[in-house]
Design a protein around this ligand. Structure first.
Ligand SMILES: [Mg+2]
Length: 365
């Protein structure tokens, strides 16, 4: 089962945010994905994706020039070996960032091929699914505006979500969300590393009345695990982090420090399914719960659903809450319905991307 071809496609799905706010330097008119297609000599095709958005073009370049060419002729079924070799051969370019995003996407595509070769869904290769659908939380855009937070929380609840996550850093937006959804709905706040440990303590205490299910990434830099551990004890709010940690080694450090209640590996960033499954095992050994980072609409979300289906705890999937205009890669198969997403049951990742969408919304430059 030799690898014959590795291709990548930058896909830009049109998108509206549901508000007027701006988030970082991106204009958020499209969701940018790096789709990776691997084909074997026998004609089996696997799909993966490496983390995109603002890094999409750089991740694509890493696939095209650093990672892809070295795969030709290798045995596609030797997934762990390929993952290890790619990490070792490329470690001098950094153990995090676009190099690992590219390796992650390749790894996902190889698992897709393995499932198709076996005629089994990925969850079966990972030990077997314990559940057929995964409860999902609505992960809202960053609005910086209490009225827009209220409106979009109500929209999410109306669409059947039973958990809401904000991307906000100020108390008025958190208060607006709690008022909009009522007391019984779990509310999470993702802050994306804005504060020093001291500032994080002050802010976390200001959120205390709103009974957060978790507070996500309150401290910069994200690898300051000791400060996270201290903060969790001081404010007595469950903390979550991990989308910016890479490989099982860094997660081991995080868990040994007792940094968070919820670890959040991201399958398109962390080293793919191969690294993610090691983190599931580590979490079991440390009594920590996995709550994946997965604001995706591409193969990474399919892989995450399969991984979640095998875990001992019923963990939540992330459903980046939005209105995509015109096109999605998998129709509505990975949209949450009644607050849950069904785990695909076909071989490999279980669904095939719409090739017309990849063509029609491919980057033109
Ligand atoms: Mg996050």
């Amino acid at each position: 089962m030799k690898i014959a071809k590795v291709e990548s496609f930058l896909v830009q799905l049109p998108y509206t945010t549901g508000g007027a706010g701006k988030w970082g330097n991106l204009d958020w008119t499209t969701l940018d994905y790096v789709m990776i297609r691997i084909e074997t000599e026998s004609g089996l095709v696997g799909w993966g994706d490496g983390f995109g958005y603002g890094s999409a073009r750089a991740t694509k370049a890493a696939v095209d020039y650093m990672i892809g060419p070295t795969l030709i002729g290798r045995d596609a079924s030797n997934i762990a070996g390929i993952n290890h070799d790619l990490q070792q051969e490329n470690h001098i370019w950094g153990r995090y960032g676009v190099t690992m995003f590219a390796i992650s996407g390749v790894d996902i595509a190889l698992w897709d091929i393995a499932g198709k070769a076996a005629g089994l869904p990925l969850s079966s290769l990972l030990g077997g699914a314990r559940r057929t659908e995964i409860p999902a939380y609505a992960s809202l855009f960053k609005y910086n505006n209490p009225d827009e937070v209220t409106e979009n929380c109500q929209r999410a609840i109306g669409d059947g979500f039973n958990y809401i996550k904000l991307h906000e850093i100020a108390e008025p937006e958190v208060r607006a969300a709690r008022l909009a959804i009522g007391d019984g709905v779990p509310l999470m706040v993702d802050t994306n590393c804005p504060w020093t440990p001291y500032q994080a303590r002050e802010k976390a205490l200001s959120f205390k009345p709103y009974e957060l299910h978790w507070l996500e990434e309150p401290i910069f830099p994200p690898e300051d695990f000791n400060s996270l551990a201290r903060l969790g004890l001081e404010v007595d709010i469950p903390l979550a982090a991990g989308e910016n940690a890479c490989t099982a080694f860094e997660f081991q450090n995080m868990m040994e420090a007792g940094a968070v209640t919820y670890v959040q590996p991201s399958v398109t960033k962390v080293g793919g399914i191969t690294e993610f499954r090691k983190i599931i095992t580590l979490a079991e050994l440390h009594g920590t719960t996995v709550m994946p980072h997965a604001p995706y609409f591409a193969p990474g979300l399919l892989a995450t659903l399969h991984l979640l289906s095998t875990m001992p705890d019923e963990c939540l999937a992330e459903s980046f809450f939005y209105k995509t205009i015109d096109a999605t890669l998998y129709g509505d198969a990975i949209s949450a319905k009644d607050g849950s997403i069904k785990v695909p049951t076909g071989p490999g990742l279980g669904l095939e991307p719409d090739l017309d969408v990849i063509k029609d919304f491919g980057a033109k430059d």
